[in-house]
Design a protein around this ligand. Structure first.
Ligand code: RB5
Length: 332
């Protein structure tokens, strides 16, 4: 099933780089990735756009060569809600990324530099910026378009391969105790907007209950493959994560910032997200959830590490060694 979600391209004036990126990305999806990405909404905006400005004539000309019509495009000024509603915000430069984060500081988990997406572990450099062609020749615009095409191909490949925790058809097991209940409803709504199927294990009121009674069914649903991943919420998230991590096959991560949520997926292949409703507000919780849903396990050396954990779990089940498996220390 095609993944759903919103991709927002951001530049400064929204008259050349970001509208070109949006047009090229739509085109790429319809030509090559419609089965995987046909459900994505694609838009663009500018951090300092003058509302209603048309695309620059050079951008229109360069897109026309590809059969794409930018003549009806009108610039839009970037608003905080556009950032909040998008699943991936892709900027042309680091300065624009900083400006987006100045508008919505908690959005760090889903705002990326287009040419540095998916982000690596090093810092991005000048080679990851898409330079501003404004005032330059049509040839420079053509070069920018080619640069964009290359970067967009990488973005599409990455998004298409996401074992997408947030895509359509994904089943999410959700549970909260009385401390987490106030946050649960809103986050279920966020998941539904992503077309996720919800297995709601309760609780359904603020009447006191015991977090293990909610954490265990959710963790077991994930471990047994009845759910693709789980979301557990209590007052602090601590009790939920302790219980869930007792269930073999579950890697529950207690995260209260978007960076940790993304890393929990990329490095630890976490399959349960735990949140503390008394620790973070609903806006940040939503950002954390979005980061978790849109990140992908990076594999490689991280797979080796997760495999050691799996081996330990397996050996315990068969009466194996009493200690964790020992292996060579790997750098990195
Ligand atoms: C309930 O008061 C609280 O202890 C629980 O929600 C959670 O924080 C446990 O870790």
């Amino acid at each position: 099933m095609a993944k759903t979600g919103r991709v927002l391209f951001v530049c400064t004036g929204n008259t050349c780089r970001s509208p070109m990126a949006a047009a090229l990305f739509r085109h790429l999806v319809s030509e090559e990735w419609s089965r995987e990405l046909g459900g994505l909404e694609v838009a663009s905006a500018g951090t300092a756009a003058l509302e209603g400005m048309p695309a620059s004539p050079e951008a229109v000309a360069v897109m026309a060569r590809r059969g794409l019509d930018l003549s009806a495009h009108r610039a839009r000024r970037l608003l905080p809600e556009m950032v909040r509603e998008a699943n991936w915000v892709l900027t042309m430069t680091e300065a624009q990324r900083s400006e987006v984060l100045r508008l919505v500081p908690e959005a760090g988990g889903h705002v990326f530099l287009l040419k540095y997406f998916p982000p690596g572990e090093d810092e991005p450099g000048p080679e990851h910026e898409v330079g501003d062609p404004v005032g330059k020749s049509e040839e420079v615009y053509e070069q920018v378009a080619r640069e964009l095409e290359q970067a967009l191909r990488r973005v599409a490949g990455y998004l298409a391969e996401l074992d997408c925790l947030g895509g359509g058809g994904v089943r999410v097991a959700v549970g909260a105790d009385h401390g987490g209940f106030p946050l649960k409803k809103g986050l279920i709504e966020v998941l539904r907007q992503q077309d996720a199927e919800i297995l709601d294990f309760g609780t359904d009121s603020e009447e006191a209950c015991d977090y293990p009674d909610l954490a265990l069914p959710v963790a077991r649903a994930v471990a047994e493959g009845r759910a693709d991943w789980g979301l557990l919420i209590c007052g602090t998230g601590i009790g939920m994560s302790m219980v869930a991590n007792k269930v073999p096959g579950v890697r529950a991560a207690l995260c209260h910032d978007p960076y940790s949520a993304r890393m929990a997926r990329e490095h630890n292949d976490a399959n349960v997200l735990c949140l503390g409703a008394r620790v973070i507000g609903p806006g940040l919780a939503e950002e954390v959830l979005r980061s978790f849903m849109t990140a992908r396990f990076a594999g490689g050396r991280h797979a080796r590490r997760v495999d050691k954990l799996r081996a330990w779990e397996a050996s315990r089940g068969t009466g194996g060694p009493a200690g964790p498996p020992v292996g060579g220390q790997a750098p990195g």
